[in-house]
Design a binder for this molecule. Structure first.
Ligand code: GUN
Length: 282
């Protein structure tokens, strides 16, 4: 039998805990606060930012939206970031990506104080993640790990196959699985014999960004856990990297899209905002 891992349900439980912690902080006169910077008028980005804002407010975390013109320069944006870095009332800073092409994205991400970097994108936090000392870890990988842990199956000693090697998902989730004592293979577009790797994997995380990349033709272990991190559109419908239906009855656990990792990413952003608040106010 295949169990569906509900990100929605998991997010609901984690958010309840976050709300209690945020309320406790407020009782101590600490108002956990996230600043989200949105540059320009990308519709998808605006929608993501609004979802993050709404989730924060619902869970007693203060959220400030900073909306800036598309034609702002890198230097002007750096000034805005510096203001947020120096503002004691702000605990978390998130610069919504992608930034307009005219802006030096690397310079901006490097300018966010590592202590307030709730995305975990700053090179200092990336480095800390690799040596197992990170406090702020990218949100989607944190959410994926929660999903895998929610199965109750041990990660230690398992063969984990991560398909995709982006800085935001593939690389950090590979690192987190390694820290949990899995044997990790990170596959990518140049990987040979992917089907053979899929066949052996105990855990598969797909973050390729290609609709139904795992089509169901692949052989899989019947004890396998599949986490689908795809966020693709096919015929106007949101679909994952995995054609889920084709794996039902063939694996132990699978996460759906929508309702899988998505709700957990925002949950982990709030978790990171609390982590940053604790660190900055201790
Ligand atoms: N754009 C799409 N996903 C993300 C994310 O996780 N963080 C930021 N800052 N921008 C994004």
């Amino acid at each position: 039998m295949t169990k569906i891992i509900s990100g929605k349900e998991l997010a609901k439980n984690l958010r309840a805990r976050i709300k209690i912690e945020a309320t406790t902080l407020r009782e101590k006169n600490i108002e956990p606060t996230l600043a989200v910077v949105l540059v320009g008028d990308n519709k998808a980005s605006r929608s993501y930012v609004n979802s993050k804002h709404k989730a924060c407010i619902e869970n007693n975390i203060n959220s400030i939206k900073i909306e800036l013109e598309e034609n702002i320069s890198t230097d002007e944006l750096l000034v805005e970031i510096e203001k947020l870095n120096n503002d004691n009332k702000i605990h978390g800073i998130l610069v919504q990506l992608p930034l307009p092409k005219s802006i030096d994205e690397e310079k901006i991400l490097n300018a966010v104080s590592p202590k307030k970097d709730v995305d975990g994108f700053h090179p200092i936090n990336v480095g800390k993640l690799v040596i197992g000392e990170a406090k702020l870890i990218p949100c989607t990988p944190l959410g994926i790990l929660e999903m895998i842990k929610s199965t109750g199956e041990k990660i230690e000693g398992k063969l984990a196959l991560v398909i995709g090697r982006s800085n935001i998902v593939g690389k950090p989730i590979s690192t987190l699985l390694l820290q949990n004592n899995a044997t990790v293979i990170t596959a990518h577009s140049k990987t040979k014999n992917l089907d053979k790797l899929i066949e052996q994997a105990d855990i598969i995380v797909s973050c390729v960004g290609y609709a139904h990349f795992l089509s169901g033709k692949e052989r899989v272990k019947d004890t396998c856990t599949i986490i689908d991190v795809g966020n693709n559109y096919k015929e106007g419908k949101l679909v994952g990297d995995v054609d889920t239906e084709k794996f039902i009855g063939r694996v132990s656990f699978i996460s759906p899209v929508p309702g899988g990792v998505g709700p957990l990413t925002i949950t982990m952003l709030m978790r990171n905002t609390l982590t940053a608040t604790y660190e900055l106010t201790k």
